[in-house]
Write a protein that binds this ligand. Structure first.
Ligand code: G3H
Ligand code: 13P
Ligand code: ZN
Length: 326
């Protein structure tokens, strides 16, 4: 029998996005693959009183199992209540980069409250057809859908693209109308992973294209993927403790803050979390080589991740304090 996210205490994105667009902030969309990441995300969002989108990628489904991740998210609803004196926070369980209708359907049938159908690699008309099919199914269950137009550059395990194609503003209105999507991911120069720009390249995203897109679909929820900033202090810690990250460059936080103030209402961050955890773990391994209890390195990694996400919510996304907006 199918499981509705509504019975699990999860929410879809509709109301959260409407409030975020109106309030000039973005909802954090953080990826999780294991318990420590999930705890860090929930603790950070409870402590900053922020709504949150928990993202499950293809890599996460392969690594941790989709069913287990769904039960973990269900547990996170209770965990959030427990550590917030009973109030909880709005939590969305979202499929990140859904590759096809079947995967989206499987998530919808098994308790996800939001799905992305990533048809960005398809020819335009095929992207529309595939996205529309997912929307028609999802909306029967009040599950919200994110579509994508334009191709992000970068390589990250299972999300690969050699070069980017910016979203064409003259396509967005037609795409949104014909598919019925609830939000639209766009390509304006962000990309997945920790190597977003080459040294010497101008590390700027195209806020002018974003402005043009907003003119065509005013107030419509826009999503930014590939929005890690690759904090240089974390890269430094990693390299000082045996790592080899050369020329890792991300998106400036000032640019993301500017985007969050506009109709961008969901910002995807994964790589920065990976860097925070790696830096903390490398430091323990380097400084305490006799340590072999996983809790002694996963614990500090979890704390580092929580602190990073708290700072993002407060300083970059502006979502802090908006969990209980009316
Ligand atoms: O969009 C990419 C995300 O960072 C997830 O990547 O499939 O390696 O988990 P992943
Ligand atoms: P980053 O690799 O920049 O963190 O992007 C993550 C993402 O877009 C997940 O969908
Ligand atoms: Zn992405």
């Amino acid at each position: 029998m199918a499981t509705s996210y509504k019975d699990l205490g999860l929410v879809n994105t509709r109301e959260l996005f409407a409030k975020a667009v109106k309030g000039g902030y973005a909802i954090p969309a953080y990826n999780f693959n294991n318990m420590e990441q999930l705890q860090a995300i929930i603790q950070a969002c409870v402590e900053t009183e922020s709504p949150v989108i928990l993202q499950v990628s293809k890599g996460a489904r392969e690594y941790a199992n989709q069913t287990l991740l769904r039960y973990m998210a269900q547990g996170a609803v209770e965990y959030a209540k427990e550590i917030s004196g009973g109030k909880g926070i709005p939590i969305v369980l979202h499929l990140d980069h859904g590759p096809d209708f079947e995967t989206c359907k499987s998530c919808i049938d098994n308790g996800f409250s939001s799905v992305m159908i990533d048809g960005s690699h398809l020819p335009y008309e095929e992207n529309i057809a595939e996205t529309k099919k997912v929307v028609e199914y999802a909306h029967k269950f009040d599950v919200t859908v994110e579509g994508e137009l334009g191709v992000l550059a970068g390589v990250e395990d299972d999300v690969k693209a050699e070069s980017h194609t910016y979203t064409q503003p003259n396509e967005v209105e037609d795409f949104v109308k014909r598919t019925g999507v609830d939000s639209l991911a766009i390509a304006i120069g962000t990309s997945h992973g920790a190597y977003k720009f080459k040294p010497g390249e101008n590390p700027k995203i195209r806020l002018d294209i974003l402005a043009e897109i907003e003119k065509r679909i005013p107030g419509f929820p826009i999503v930014l993927h590939g929005s890690s900033s690759v904090p240089q202090d974390l890269v430094k810690i990693i390299n000082e403790h045996g790592g080899k990250l050369k020329d890792a460059i991300g998106i400036g936080e000032d640019q993301l803050r500017a985007a969050a103030k506009s109709a961008v209402c969901k910002i995807n961050i994964d790589s920065d979390g990976r860097l925070a955890m790696t830096a903390a773990i490398r430091k323990v391994f380097d400084e305490k080589p006799a340590e072999f209890d996983p809790r002694k390195y996963l614990g500090p990694a979890r704390t580092a991740l929580k602190e990073l996400y708290k700072r993002k919510n407060i300083e970059v996304l502006g979502s802090a304090g908006h969990a209980y907006d009316k």
